[in-house]
Design a protein around this ligand. Sequence first.
Ligand SMILES: NC(=O)c1ccc[n+]([C@@H]2O[C@H](COP(=O)([O-])OP(=O)(O)OC[C@H]3O[C@@H](n4cnc5c(N)ncnc54)[C@H](O)[C@@H]3O)[C@@H](O)[C@H]2O)c1
Length: 353
Amino acid sequence: MELKTILVTGGAGFIGSNFIIYMMEKYPEYEIVNFDKLTYAGNLANLRAVENNPKYRFVEGDICDRETVSKAMEGCDAVVHFAAESHVDRSITGPAIFVETNVVGTQVLLDVAKEKNIKRFHHVSTDEVFGSLSLDHPEIRFTEDTPYSPRSPYSASKAGSDHLVRAYIETYGLPATISNCTNNYGPFHFPEKVIPLFVINAMRNMPLPIYGTGKAVRDYLYVTDHCSAIDLILHEGKIGETYCIGGDSEKNGLEVADTILKSLGKPESLKTYVEDRKGHDMRYAMDHGKITKELGWKPSLAFEEGIAETIKWYGENEEWWQTIISGDYLDKNREAANQSAVNGSQSTEKEDN
Ligand SMILES: NC(=O)c1ccc[n+]([C@@H]2O[C@H](COP(=O)([O-])OP(=O)(O)OC[C@H]3O[C@@H](n4cnc5c(N)ncnc54)[C@H](O)[C@@H]3O)[C@@H](O)[C@H]2O)c1
């Protein structure tokens, strides 16, 4: 599939920014429009490597705002949709914004993509839509045929968005694909999520908070491997299909903490047990056989290698995470977004909304 201009929603977030950097390195001829609302999770500092590239443009906007979306999508051939409220714990304390962004925002994007005859729409989703697996049957993993059974407001809102994408494929023939991926980790990961939180806390000799017994299992994938899978689906995936993406790295909370503490040479006594998450799913695991067989993708990094890379990155980028922890990144975001508006005729712009 020949593409020229890609609209990336949520490109200032963790995976979106990694994806933009990955794509701009691999396809220097592509134009990338980063459409992001800059919520607390969006950080323009993630995009320093590309911000002066003339093929990159930042547009500040909300995916729920049809007019702004429509203007930003003008002239694009493809959309890769990452923008979402993504933190399960926040969805438990405040579900409304999850429905607004993840369900309503996705519907607005789909509508505009249909209107503009976008060649490809790729929707980025999660393994959490499938519910929870048992620890007693390690042989069972999620596949593309697993029925949906979301159990948190976050996963329910992502399930809703996946269903809408399928509805637009079936009803209007929208040329879309979906991927459901396991837990990502790596550079630019916001420190409210478990791996960056553990790494940063361990570096500062602070406690690593472990939910409940620490036995809940997640499958982990290094973020660049997720980017390469999306790249493949975008160019070679079959329209209308869903692809499950996994890391072959099932770890429980204690194992994650132990790996990080060992890598950093820190004591096990930093592990601290805290009250379990409400409705905590026990296990997620993904069978990525379909994308491996059909598109030749598989994870390239084992968990221990990915963790070593991640720790190295957080060690070398202390200013990045210190700015987040101190809350200063919000002011810096605003300055950068305002600067984008001033430089609108150059590489970035700000939409009015
Ligand atoms: N992080 C994971 O482990 C993981 C795994 C599987 C799937 N996913 C999915 O991948 C996508 C990206 O996840 P992430 O971890 O990078 O999230 P993130 O929270 O780091 O980033 C989300 C980005 O979306 C932006 N955003 C939020 N609301 C918006 C709105 N209304 N309009 C425009 N932009 C908005 C934020 O500013 C932020 O930049 C999400 O759809 C998530 O469900 C994440």
